[in-house]
Design a binder for this molecule. Structure first.
Ligand code: FPP
Length: 223
């Protein structure tokens, strides 16, 4: 049985979910955000220690301004509304990505939630915001060049936003690509793609994917 320590999810399909119901795309994001809590619960029950969720990529700024504004606002509301839940359930909130471009208010909420939950041990929730794997690697290499450290796998890994490799990477919404998500950490990840659109993704489906993952023969290049 494979251990599952680090689960990554590319949460895709919010827009299509909403359009199919005659709603604005933003409704899909709103419903999508509400799915996160159940995923955290599942991870805690299953002993997963890191959950990395792709919420906003370095490329997502190209979306219509209204949608970007909506997502920023949703993120702020999410950070405030989940505070109690994270504190009660031992969830440590962290982010991966470059926080620089966010507004002062948003940065303050992010820092506050990180500070409040930093001692929590059950699950580390990595929210990937303004995240891109290329950007993460560039920032890591710049930091290494500045420090003058030797360049090797361990030193690169230590300078990344997240050093722990992903065991299982799930993408909802039917596309089979990684879209610049945790490329270094996903080197040996098992990949699972589902057509289910993110707002409809459930604990039950996650359970089935994880069950399948646990039986896989992971060889890491060996035999
Ligand atoms: C992809 O769906 C989703 C996003 C780019 C944003 C992800 C955001 C959420 C799940 C909600 C916000 C989460 C938090 C935690 C605040 P898409 O819009 O690309 O869907 P489409 O492929 O159907 O167009």
């Amino acid at each position: 049985m494979n251990e599952l320590k680090h689960l990554g999810i590319i949460m895709d399909g919010n827009g299509r979910w909403a359009k199919r119901r005659g709603f604005l795309r933003t409704k899909g994001h709103e419903v999508g955000a509400s799915v996160v809590e159940a995923m955290c619960e599942f991870c805690i029950d299953e002993g997963v220690t890191i959950l990395s969720l792709y919420a906003f990529s370095t490329e997502n700024w190209k979306r219509p301004q209204k949608e970007v504004e909506f997502l920023m606002d949703l993120l702020k509301k999410f950070l405030v509304s989940k505070r109690e839940n994270f504190l009660n359930n031992g969830i440590k909130f962290t982010t991966i990505g470059d926080m620089e471009p966010f507004s002062r208010e948003l940065k303050a909420e992010i820092s506050l939630l990180k500070e409040l939950t930093k001692g929590n041990k059950k699950l580390k929730l990595n929210l990937a915001i303004n995240y891109g794997a290329h950007d993460e690697l560039v920032r890591a290499f710049k930091a290494l060049a500045k420090s003058g450290e030797l360049i090797n796998e361990a030193s690169i890994s230590a300078k990344l936003d997240e050093s722990e490799d992903i065991d299982l990477l799930i993408r909802t919404g039917g596309e089979q690509r990684l879209s610049n998500f945790m490329l270094w950490q996903a080197s040996y990840a098992e990949l699972a793609f589902t057509k289910t659109l993110w707002p409809e993704f459930s604990k039950k489906e996650l359970e089935a994917i994880v069950k399948d993952y646990r039986q896989k023969n992971r060889r890491f290049g060996g035999v």
